[in-house]
Design a protein around this ligand. Structure first.
Ligand code: MG
Ligand code: MG
Length: 316
């Protein structure tokens, strides 16, 4: 192990555990209005479970468990094939995407605590006709593809073309919408930059440029909607990630917006967790996460980062 690898691994683990922390923290207040949250909690700041899903303390939801399903599929595909994603023929890409779709089906059949309507509809379409991508659909503008894409970034962070291609392939299994595509590819590139050393200021500049290219996601001034519509989600996530000074402040401010709080929390936790690294995550939250989830995340992170590192060395 060398220091560079230790740092990269710490950032990657910070992103994945940060995602799970944001999911577990936000799920308690999912679908609540900020005013209701204030009346019930003052400020919601602890992982306590409950919420509309009646979760146990530290339990995560689909945001984390679908990510774990995707991560398992990527490890199954393996580094040798993943590192050829950018140049892969259509048949080969379809074969890799099928492995991912199959993992999502296994996830769905395991009776997850929740599953978004668009995800369910997409997986039912895949089961019915084997198609890996629906026709573009106005109703597919939710955040369900964006929320689970982290493992793709861990495996392909050093290869922009491969990262974009596989991010969109996994996304379109359930969501085929230009805003979902742009958000999934955009946040993948942002996370890859943080993992490879971008500072908070670098992120601010990169995000400003990205929003200029994709003005629908303009978040300054912050419109204040935290719904599962991918535009609202991205505005909420970028606003809090960019303007808050640290992981804890960003996460508390985000989840207290309510609405799709588990998903906005998960995505802010992913970005802010990558920036601070696993070693800096608050113990009072980390210690509350389900033990099997922490183990699965730790295990996957080492496998996925090893894939990205091997691919990077191969190209040098
Ligand atoms: Mg969820
Ligand atoms: Mg959600």
């Amino acid at each position: 192990m060398n220091t560079d690898f230790d740092t990269l691994y710490d950032r990657a683990l910070g992103a994945y555990l940060g995602l799970a922390i944001g999911d577990a923290l936000g799920a308690t207040v999912e679908f609540m209005r900020p005013r209701e949250i204030r009346a019930q909690y003052g400020e919601h700041r602890d992982i306590v479970g409950g919420g509309w899903l009646k979760l146990s303390r530290g339990q995560v939801t689909d945001d984390t468990t679908m990510s774990l399903a995707l991560g398992e599929a990527l490890l199954k595909i393996g580094g040798a094939r993943l590192s050829g994603t950018a140049q892969a023929g259509e048949d080969d890409l379809a074969d890799m995407t099928r492995t991912i779709a199959d993992a999502f089906v296994v996830w769905l059949r395991g009776k997850p605590v929740d599953c978004g309507n668009t995800c369910r509809r997409g997986l039912q379409r895949y089961l019915a006709d084997g198609s890996l991508c629906g026709t573009p659909n106005e109703r597919d503008g939710g955040n369900g593809a964006l929320m689970r894409n982290l493992p793709t970034v861990l495996a392909l962070m050093h290869d922009d073309a491969a990262l974009e291609r596989l991010s969109l392939a996994q996304a379109r299994i359930t969501h085929h919408h230009p805003h979902s595509d742009a958000a999934t590819a955009g946040l993948a590139r942002l996370l890859a930059r943080i993992l490879t050393g971008a500072s908070h200021d670098d992120c601010r500049n990169w995000v400003a440029d990205w929003v200029r290219e994709h003005p629908v996601f303009t978040f300054q001034p912050y419109p204040g909607h935290a719904t599962a519509y991918v535009v609202d989600t991205v505005q909420t996530v970028l606003h809090h990630f960019i303007t808050c000074p640290d992981f804890e402040t960003a996460l508390i401010a985000t989840v207290n917006m309510g609405d799709d709080a588990d998903t906005t929390g998960a995505l802010v936790g992913m970005l802010a967790g990558a920036l601070c690294g696993a070693h800096a995550l608050p113990e009072r939250w980390l210690g509350r996460l389900q033990r099997d989830v922490v183990l699965a995340i730790t295990d996957q992170t080492s496998g996925l980062v090893a894939i990205s590192r091997a691919g990077h060395e191969l190209r040098q």
